[in-house]
Design a protein around this ligand. Structure first.
Ligand code: NAP
Length: 309
């Protein structure tokens, strides 16, 4: 089968990818967005989004993504709802494969985002969606009047613990060290909250439950002693991993696997390949900053194509 040629292929369809699609489509570049099987990115796993400007009453994450997709479609973006299986950026036009289908693109925008990190326990995997969650804003509501635990010691864990106090009788933060990584303001807020307890120097070694989470087995990282904590849910908030497996050995990645982009730019180590959103941002990780960098990538791509036509 012969390859389909495109001016721009966008890989990924979170706020970064869809914003770059809106901009490049309005610039008549007819982008093809390979949106992935998990189209829409991390906002598809959230409920209320209250900090995206333009929605004073807030908006549901999936609704926000549906709006962005519709806006991109309106200007002629084409979508492929599948995952990219392979790329070849060694020569132009760049190669992108979805199974056996080959696309050739003059420029590429990568916006494959990041995924929540997990503890790696079989019991955690088995009970994911049955009491184990990576998204407090999505699932907190289900635990009204029940005790909860959250693992992690960063800003996300503390922010989510505070959020969960709206529903839970008690929120126990389980942290593997005796000091939080989170910012001082979040530490102070969490420690001042009566509904929050902290178990320091502890790790979860098993999530116990058949159809739902009933308790956790904890191990003290200093003494090695084990204990049990009864909870109805476990929220895992131990950071994120960038979705860059496709680009290992292809593009420059940092020590944590994020795509390296030039200062004040979305340009990657290969001219004509740009990266936007959480796949290159481990600092801000917001929908609005991802959308902003998607806009940057679109403008940079447009200029680059004009210079390299
Ligand atoms: P993070 O800062 O990387 O923190 C991850 C936490 O999880 C750390 O406390 C880490 O422990 C712990 N952890 C990692 N792997 C673990 C494992 N296998 N088992 C148990 N614990 C584990 O990630 P984050 O909290 O998601 O934050 C990411 C970035 O977003 C940060 O820059 C953060 O400041 C920012 N952020 C900001 C806000 C805000 O300003 N409102 C909100 C959320 C996130 P150690 O501390 O021992 O390494």
């Amino acid at each position: 089968m012969s390859a389909q040629h495109r001016e721009i292929v966008v890989i990924g369809s979170g706020p970064a990818g869809l914003t770059s699609a809106v901009y490049t489509a309005r610039a008549n570049l007819e982008p093809l967005v390979i949106e992935g099987v998990g189209a829409g990115g991390q906002l598809m796993l959230t409920t209320e989004v209250e900090n995206f400007p333009g929605f004073p009453e807030g908006i549901l994450g999936p609704a926000l993504m549906a709006n962005m997709r519709e806006q991109a479609l309106r200007f002629g973006t084409e979508f492929v709802t599948d995952d990219v299986s392979r790329v070849d950026f060694s020569s132009r036009p760049f190669g992108v494969w979805v199974g056996d289908t080959e696309y050739r693109a003059d420029a590429i925008i990568i916006s494959t985002g990041a995924s929540a990190r997990m503890l790696g326990l079989p019991s955690e995997q088995r009970l994911l969606g049955y009491g184990v969650s990576t998204c407090a804003t999505c699932d907190g509501f289900f635990y009204r009047g029940r005790p909860l635990a959250i693992v992690g010691g960063g800003d996300s864990a503390l922010e989510e613990a505070l959020f969960l106090t709206k529903f839970a009788t008690k929120v126990t933060i389980i942290h593997r060290r005796d000091e939080f990584r989170a910012s001082k303001i979040m530490r102070d807020r969490a420690l001042a909250n009566d509904k929050i307890d902290v178990i320091w120097n502890a790790e979860v070694t098993e999530v116990v439950g058949d159809q739902a989470v009933e308790s956790l087995v904890l191990r003290d990282t200093v003494t090695g002693e084990t204990s049990t904590l009864e909870v109805a849910g476990l929220f895992v908030a131990i950071g994120h991993t960038p979705n860059t497996a496709l680009f290992e050995g292809v593009l420059d990645l940092d020590e944590n696997g994020y795509i390296v982009t030039a200062a004040d730019s979305t340009a990657t180590s290969i001219p004509g390949v740009f990266a936007a959103g959480d796949v290159q941002d481990h600092v801000y990780r917001q929908a609005i900053t991802a959308a902003g960098s998607g806009c940057m990538a679109a403008i940079e791509t447009e200029r680059w194509l004009a210079e390299h036509a």
